[in-house]
Design a protein around this ligand. Structure first.
Ligand SMILES: O=P(O)(O)OC[C@H]1O[C@H](O[C@H]2O[C@H](CO)[C@@H](O)[C@H](O)[C@H]2O)[C@H](O)[C@@H](O)[C@@H]1O
Length: 269
């Protein structure tokens, strides 16, 4: 689906703003879902579009994800010397110093690490012994139970059991995502991280593309006149616009690039 008229109008408006932030989530937005977390890859051309956007004067680009920073770098192929900010672990990690500083209060403490180690051991034993068809992903600040591709009832049972077990661990936050249950000791959220980046670069207009519950933290924080928030797929949302899928996101990013190139932005303003 190409961008609907209200989204096209919002893009036309935003690209005229001198300092622009274009931020996007990874899984389910830039990259279609895959059964194995490490098999997910960005839609062809979408990272190059982000690179082209980041090369334009006044445009700042970020990829924001629940993935940890190292994995995010691997999956996007964005090198450390490229002018694209990576925000990982739902805001707890970032390649950008301003974001790191803003998120310092949410940093994982030694106590959190101890909690996470206990949680990992407990959840690993539970999945291995009682739900062996589910799988685990171990991240810097979280353990994730994956049930994509397995029988629905079995997946639901694994998620319910993991949720119950996690609740017996104080200080662990439970996030239900798409065919995943993320159990995290991080206190960060994508909304705080992405708005910190927007402040740091003086963004007068902010784009955010997201598909999942953790992206709602960004949508609710981005309510200024020129902000363009886009929910990918179905489900209730605080975003102002919608797109169907990753192909539509790639096309929309191309539109933003084209329209920004065509816009007559006064750099000195
Ligand atoms: O914030 P995001 O970039 O959207 O990351 C959220 C979670 O994405 C990953 O899980 C999702 O993608 C997997 C690969 O396509 C898929 O197998 C899984 O079912 C999806 O939920 C990732 O594995 C998680 O760690 C992220 O938190």
């Amino acid at each position: 689906m190409s961008a609907e008229a209200p989204l096209r109008a919002a893009i036309e408006d935003a690209v005229e703003v001198r300092s622009l932030l274009v931020a996007t989530d990874l899984d389910g937005v830039l990259a279609p879902f895959a059964r194995e977390p490490m098999d997910a890859r960005p839609w062809p051309g979408s990272i190059d579009t982000l690179r082209a956007l980041a090369d334009l004067p006044g445009v700042h680009v970020a990829v924001v994800s629940g993935r940890d920073l190292e994995t995010l770098r691997t999956l996007t192929g964005i090198a450390p010397d490229e002018p694209i900010v990576l925000i990982g672990s739902h805001g707890a990690e970032s390649s950008d110093p301003a974001v790191r500083e803003a998120m310092e209060a949410a940093a994982v403490t030694p106590e959190d690490e101890q909690r996470l180690a206990e949680l990992r051991a407990d959840i690993s034993a539970l999945i291995e012994e009682e739900h062996p068809r589910a799988s685990l992903e171990h991240k810097a600040a979280a353990v994730v139970v994956h049930v994509r591709g397995i029988d629905r009832a079995e997946g639901d049972a694994a998620i319910a059991a993991a949720r119950e077990r996690a609740l017996s661990h104080p200080g662990v936050k439970v996030l239900k995502g798409k065919s995943v249950l993320e159990l995290t000791v991080s206190h960060a959220d994508k909304g705080s991280a992405v708005t910190a980046l927007g402040r740091a670069v003086g963004a007068g207009a902010r784009f955010y593309f997201g598909d999942d519950v953790t992206d709602e933290d960004a949508f609710v924080r981005m309510r200024r006149t020129h902000d363009v928030t886009v929910k990918v797929g179905t489900g209730s949302t605080a975003a102002r616009h919608r797109l169907d899928d990753e192909a539509a996101v790639a096309a929309c990013l191309q539109t933003v690039l084209r329209r920004r190139r065509a816009a007559e932005v006064d750099e000195s303003a």
